[in-house]
Design a protein around this ligand. Sequence first.
Ligand code: HAM
Length: 432
Amino acid sequence: MSLQAPRGTRDILAPDSARLRALVEAFASAAELAGYGQVVSPMFELIEVFRRVGEATDIVSKEMYQFRDPGDRHLALRPELTASLARAFVQHRPTLPWKAWYEGPQFRYEKPQAGRFRQFNQVGAELFGSDDPQADVEVIALAWRFCTGLGLRKLRLAVNSLGDRADREAYLAALAAYFEGRSAELSAQGRETLGRNPLRLLDSKRPEDRAVVASAPVIDDYWSEAAAAHFGAVLAGLEALGIPFERNQRLVRGLDYYRRTAFELASDALDGAQDAVGGGGRYDGLVADLGGPDTPGVGFALGVDRLLLACDAEGVFPAPSGAADVFVVDVTGGGEATLLAEELRRTGVRVQRAFDGRSMKAQMKAADRSGARWALLVGDDELADGVVSLRRMRGHEATASGESIQRQIPRAAVAAEVARLVAGSTGDGSTQ
Ligand code: HAM
């Protein structure tokens, strides 16, 4: 069999790649508008960086791509970027608050299916150095504004608070005791999850587990006063901004570092199993766990691949047009096309051309396919007369201007004339 991309990975070709880039650019604008600066960090880290975020999570214990480099360092491809950013924070000690955004591929050895890959892309933002509930509101608002700005409407925002470290530990103990008392009713996988991390049972999708989960203790009863007040302020902030949310007492998230606020954005346009387009929350102990000063933090990441699937399902955020402005059809050998294409590209015009001395008919067909508005035709007659024929392509005929479909222009005037046409084009084929 011929070689294929590794399972769970894929090649993203044009125009999908242009759409992905446009989405990242839109995120960059939204994040920078809110004062976040980009951080570009390594694709791999010393494995301890991720181990410290929690051995109890599948992402760390089962799904990491790990390897030893020739210098015998134990490394892992990043499964997420929050830990990397916390490590970068400890290393560089930027002034507070430190507001960072990022984008790029993450790697998790998961079972691939629709919307779930082993290499996938995220965009995200983190705010280090504030435990103000308004900081939580700011990051949630950024995620919400960006996703709705793409045109997505079928979004659901679920929020919860996991309490402070001690609240969470007390809750975990109560949950473990409760589930152990009813372990015979759990699914076999549910019992296995219970042994590793009882919190994860709360979002089990298996019916046997769900029946037991329905009467499990709820986190609200374990919140400290401070954690309860913090969460109240976050919810009030969301309400003040008119951001719709639902409270989900069972939302626990798949990473161990969360304290207090946790949230998830899901799309009703996606298949239920993989409908989370993003998630985040507060991770006040993480920087200290990585050896830094006790510094709170809050942030989120969005799954770019899933966001784009949701955009497909809702028919929004189309790929930017990759159409050329001009297609040069040269039937004199191709050298003229090289000169013309280069001259025009130097002025910023998008130019396509054919190779291999193809016939006039074949080149015109290629010009049609390219989506170009104009063709520049060079034949033996044009070459001899020092002119080029400029032709409007089908579907881009002049409407009001009354210009003829084809006319000749002096070779020396081509660049200026094409620049004039491209600058004046309205996008619907007519010129102003
Ligand atoms: P996460 O929930 O693990 O959080 O991932 C965020 C999003 O990445 C998910 O909601 C999903 O859209 C996407 N995603 C995750 N795994 C896959 C996959 N295998 N294939 C496709 N998409 C996937 C985090 O990563 C945290 N670092 C978020 C965060 C930032 N919390 C605080 N700050």
